[in-house]
Design a protein around this ligand. Structure first.
Ligand code: DX5
Ligand code: ZN
Length: 225
């Protein structure tokens, strides 16, 4: 299972150094959490395309960057994130009226498409899109901030996506990455890997006061062995 950092607990004044530290520690995928002060329940604002552009320019083309859009108007503004150098735009199923149309537009623009669902949204709302998606993201916290507790009740949903993705791939269909986001730490990483997760977003478990990113990543990877 691959680990990708969420930067919400980083010191934004030294974000470049922090991300370079992550890349030196072996990270090659960065997860950028975009909140617009509207969509998430706690009305947080994080950052937008300008900061993502700076991160892309600083890290170069080798690192994969996804952006997790927790915003009201992803359908109107996703192109700004694509233009900022993001590889995969992940939009919430709950926030988009016509998801199939969004997928078509994004693929026409050559951008990867992810669909994310909240802990209380059933898998069935996303399953019909699976044949066109590049990534499914299962939220294991209510989106809005880093450092929240993991919600183990998403297990059945993760396993349902794993089974559907495997069935699709073995029938010659599209390969879809399965990602989880929220509350992942060294103590539960192996569990979600066993559920079938390909990529785990780790925020406060990776960027914290307890250890360097390299030390924290080593602890997670040891737990995965
Ligand atoms: C929550 C964000 C997550 C979160 C992860 O709204 O989408 O990416 O910041 O942080 P941790 O790992 O601290 O839960
Ligand atoms: Zn996220």
């Amino acid at each position: 299972m691959e680990i990708t950092p969420s930067i919400l607990t980083a010191d934004f004044a030294r974000l470049g150094e922090t991300l370079e530290e992550a890349v030196e520690a072996g990270i090659n995928w960065i997860h950028m959490d975009v909140m617009d002060g509207n969509w998430v329940v706690n009305r947080t604002i994080t950052f937008g395309p300008a900061l993502i552009r700076s991160v892309r320019d600083r890290l170069g083309p080798e690192v994969t960057i996804d952006c997790h859009l927790m915003i009201t108007n992803a359908e109107d503004t996703w192109k700004q994130y694509a233009d900022a150098g993001v590889d995969i735009v992940i939009a919430h199923i709950e926030a988009v009226d016509d998801f199939p149309a969004l997928i078509t537009e994004m693929h026409q623009a050559g951008i990867g498409v992810g669909c994310v669902l909240n802990p209380d949204t059933p898998a069935d709302e996303v399953m019909p899109l699976l044949s066109e998606l590049d990534l499914v993201l299962v939220m294991s916290v209510v989106p809005g901030k880093g450092g929240q507790s993991f919600m183990p009740e998403v297990e059945d949903k993760v396993r349902a996506f794993r089974a559907a993705i495997d069935a699709q791939e073995s029938a010659g269909g599209r390969k879809v990455k399965l990602m989880i986001d929220g509350g992942i730490k060294d103590h539960n990483a192996a569990m979600v890997a066993e559920w079938g997760i390909d990529i785990a977003v780790v925020g406060s478990g990776l960027i914290n006061d307890r250890g360097s990113i390299a030390e924290n990543l080593t602890a997670i990877n040891e737990a995965l062995e």
